[in-house]
Write a protein that binds this ligand. Structure first.
Ligand code: GLU
Length: 194
């Protein structure tokens, strides 16, 4: 098992996402990462094969700050525990995505995307989902994620955000847990209530 924390807020959400990952450490993981949408509208990402405490230091040194973001602890199923395989996965600097679970038909989806010119930077099954969401994005992230997940076989909990709709986080789940927390002008997704 492993974990997802995501949020859409008006304050800097980075410390809350990282504290969320710390609380999910008990689930086990081999790497972790976070991406937030910075005030310039671009993703800023930090990833490590070390502990969440190291990710917290890295995020601090790199001054990660943003109101919308996604964070992840990974338990590798496809691809070694290396930084390039740690989530969030980013497609075309536009879509960032974290995933818990296994995509059974990722090889055929990857072949399809490669034949269309998509380039892969990881060995994960997860990266196909990020590219699929990018491919289907036509201005509405929810629609794009719905189309992408309709192509997937297997289990997933997902959190996705997009620089072109920078106040939105979309979640999806099938066979993996994902809870939603509704706050005051801010909302959250996580793998469990902690
Ligand atoms: N299958 C994905 C990977 O290997 C997600 C693993 C997880 O659930 O953390 O990257």
């Amino acid at each position: 098992m492993c974990g997802i924390v995501a949020a859409s807020s008006r304050r800097n959400i980075t410390p809350i996402l990282l504290e969320g990952l710390r609380r999910l450490e008990y689930r086990g993981y081999d790497s972790c990462g976070i991406a937030v949408i910075e005030s310039d509208g671009a993703f800023h990402r930090a990833r490590t094969v070390q502990r969440v405490a190291s990710l917290i230091r890295q995020a601090d040194e790199e001054k990660l700050s943003g109101g919308v973001g996604i964070a992840h602890t990974r338990w590798a199923t496809h691809g070694a525990p290396e930084v390039r395989n740690a989530h969030p996965m980013i497609s075309h600097d536009t879509i960032a995505l974290v995933h818990n679970g296994i995509i059974e038909n990722y090889a055929e989806l990857k072949a399809e995307l490669v034949s269309e010119g998509y380039e892969f930077t990881s060995q994960t099954d997860t990266e196909v989902i990020a590219h699929l969401v990018y491919r289907y994005f036509e201005g509405n992230l929810l629609d794009a994620v719905a189309k992408a997940v309709s192509r997937l076989r297997g289990s997933f909990g997902l959190a996705v955000c997009c620089t072109k709709q920078p106040d939105v986080v979309v979640g999806a789940r099938r066979g993996s847990p994902l809870v939603m927390g509704l706050g005051d002008k801010e909302n959250f997704l996580a793998s469990d209530v902690l």
